[in-house]
Design a protein around this ligand. Structure first.
Ligand code: PSU
Ligand code: MN
Length: 305
């Protein structure tokens, strides 16, 4: 129902005129980072996108409406978490709309909302994927299914390294999702640049990526594209240290009996504590880097439409 979708006026005009627009998610604000760093990061993401010539559209569900383009006050509401804001993926959208609740949207849900509005580019941190131990828990993020079906290009620092990266790559291959290494032959591993898992496709410029998107969707090959953009060298975390922190966080999670959609927020928070806050700085830096690239791709794509 279109009345559930509320697009900010300037964004609506930009989409109609084919100007570059980049979507931003809200789970990363509410469940991915602590206050007040989350608020500062969310606002800076918008500023980076605008400095690179595109319009930023942060997306969430507020009082039962899917809002494309939040105001700074609305971003603050999500960042503070004083009012209940649920982490929402595809399955949660109708429930939140029917009950007029608030929801912070995951990668999967943001792709759905962006696609409904006609936005093709989306910047995030790292996507969800196949959790370690999924062979017994069956815990596979709905982000993968969404990438298989919804026509949005997701600019990420790869798959969050708390997950099982080789299994996630296998699922993406099965589902026909192009995973593109940006200026790299190896899969970026979120907090680190990655040098172990070969990535099958590499592109070196925003305009090449825009060409790929045009080809894919022009042919009617539906589904998303995942851009894997390594964290900037100066902010990359030492691989051994982060691996140890992830290992410890996974053990703590088991001991604390955390399961389902609580897992990712728990792990990100625990890793932040174990690393004395340094993982958060890395996370913020990679998100900024993705916003910049997404804006550049959006501009190149807009020239081709
Ligand atoms: N990237 C980040 N931090 C995050 C996320 C991505 O840097 O918190 C969020 C995204 O919203 C992604 C979600 O969709 O984590 C994955 O959750 P799950 O594994 O429960 O599907
Ligand atoms: Mn899950």
């Amino acid at each position: 129902m279109k009345e559930s979708l509320v697009i900010r006026e300037d964004i609506k005009i930009a989409i109609e005129e084919g100007q570059p627009v980049v979507a931003l998610e809200s789970t990363i604000i509410s469940h991915g980072m602590p206050y007040p760093q989350n608020l500062k990061t969310a606002l800076e993401c918008e500023a980076i996108i605008e400095r690179h010539g595109a319009i930023a559209a942060t997306i969430a569900i507020l009082e039962g409406k899917i809002k494309i383009g939040l105001t700074p006050d609305e971003i603050e509401l999500i960042a503070k978490g004083e009012e209940p804001v649920e982490k929402a993926s595809r399955r949660d959208i109708p429930y939140l709309l029917a009950l007029k609740k608030n929801g912070a949207l995951t990668v999967a849900a943001t792709m759905i909302a962006a696609n409904l509005a006609g936005i093709r580019l989306f910047a995030t941190g790292g996507i969800g994927g196949v959790h370690r131990g999924a062979e017994s828990t069956f815990d596979v993020s709905a982000d993968l299914e969404e990438l298989a079906t919804t026509n949005v290009c997701v600019v990420s620092a790869g798959i969050k390294s708390i997950l099982d990266l080789p299994k996630t790559m296998e699922v993406l291959e099965t589902k026909g999702v192009p995973v593109i290494g940006y200026k790299t032959d190896y899969l970026p591993e979120f907090y680190t640049r990655g040098n172990e898992i070969k990535i099958p496709m590499r592109l070196d410029s925003p305009s090449e990526i825009a060409d790929l998107l045009k080809q894919k969707w022009g042919l009617g090959l539906s589904g998303g594209v995942l851009i894997a953009n390594p964290i900037p060298k100066k902010n990359a975390y030492p691989k051994e240290t982060i691996d140890k922190a992830i290992h410890k966080a996974l053990i703590d999670m088991k001991n604390d009996g955390i399961s389902g959609k609580e897992q990712t927020p728990y792990l990100l928070d625990r890793i932040k504590e174990i690393t004395g806050g340094e993982s958060l700085q890395a996370n913020i830096s990679l998100v900024y880097n993705n916003c910049e690239l997404a804006a550049k791709i959006a501009c190149a794509y807009a020239e081709r439409v």
